[in-house]
Design a protein around this ligand. Structure first.
Ligand code: B1M
Length: 213
């Protein structure tokens, strides 16, 4: 669809205000929020990812694209929430220590809120103890860890260990995700659930909250 393609192109060019306007136009034209997210914003971000990987663009270009992505995604947030089914449950989420990538984590958060979950956002560079302390103090059913770097994904294993040491593993589940994370890695560190994308993560968290309600 031409409009979604324009969103993708302008996101790649880092034109945040134009992206915001086009996303609003797409909403006004009745295009479903999920489709705008996937075929407009995420498709543009994946081109940026490829170019960054191939050294065709560098950090500043990625940052302006990320800003455009966040501006567009902000408009979709209430609509994705409307589509959700209310589920009682509270989770905390963060990008693990040493890792500053938050675009995927923010999407996961948005989709979880869309499912009616209350989400405590710990931000980026989150220490294992902070995940555990938050889950304990705020009564979270699920700890959600995101990592984008092969050098930081191991911190997720430290979260599992810290939760075990705090004696909360019986009532708090640990979910992991992010580009380098796999089901095999999840099994290896003893986390409870791995999901590959934001929508599946939201479904899984809602299910865990329902199961323990
Ligand atoms: Co970074 N970076 N980066 N970066 N960056 C990657 C991850 C990289 C793959 C690029 C590359 O070289 N090919 C590479 C990692 C290589 C590796 O570890 N194997 C990399 C690197 C090396 C670095 C630096 C070290 C670069 C440097 O300084 N030399 C540095 C590290 C800084 C740090 O964190 N300490 C760095 C910095 C940055 C920026 C600051 C410039 C920027 C981040 C901006 C921000 O997040 N605010 C950035 C970006 C944007 C990227 C790429 C281009 C895009 C990541 C992204 O946002 N994708 C990325 C290349 C790529 O992915 N192709 C790259 C879109 C996002 C929607 O996807 O986060 O995967 P993603 O989330 C998905 C799923 O993974 C899943 O759901 C989301 C949507 O469906 N998901 C979960 C995520 N979390 C989940 C949790 C769940 C479940 C699912 O359950 C709890």
């Amino acid at each position: 669809m031409e409009l979604l393609n324009q969103i993708s192109q302008n996101l790649q060019a880092g034109k945040a205000k134009i992206v915001k306007g086009l996303v609003q136009q797409a909403i006004d034209e009745g295009i479903p929020a999920q489709q705008i997210l996937e075929e407009g914003l995420l498709s543009g971000m994946s081109v940026i990812g490829e170019k960054f990987k191939n050294n065709e663009i560098f950090v500043p270009e990625v940052l302006v694209a990320a800003r455009a992505m966040n501006m567009g995604a902000g408009l979709l947030k209430p609509l994705l929430a409307q589509d959700g089914v209310r589920a009682s449950g509270k989770v905390c989420i963060g990008t693990v220590k040493g890792d500053l990538h938050d675009i995927g984590k923010n999407l996961v958060k948005m989709m979880m809120e869309g499912k009616g979950l209350e989400v405590v956002d710990l931000g980026v560079d989150v220490a294992p103890e902070t995940f555990v302390k938050t889950a304990e103090e705020q009564g979270c059913t699920v700890i959600c860890c995101s990592a984008l770097l092969t050098t930081t994904m191991g911190v997720m294993g430290d979260v599992v260990k810290a939760a075990g040491e705090a004696g909360i593993r019986g009532r708090v589940k640990i979910m992991v995700g992010g580009a380098p994370v796999t089901q095999a890695f999840c099994d290896q560190i003893g986390a409870d659930v791995y999901t590959a994308d934001a929508a599946s993560a939201a479904d899984a968290a809602a299910e865990l909250c329902r199961a323990t309600a």
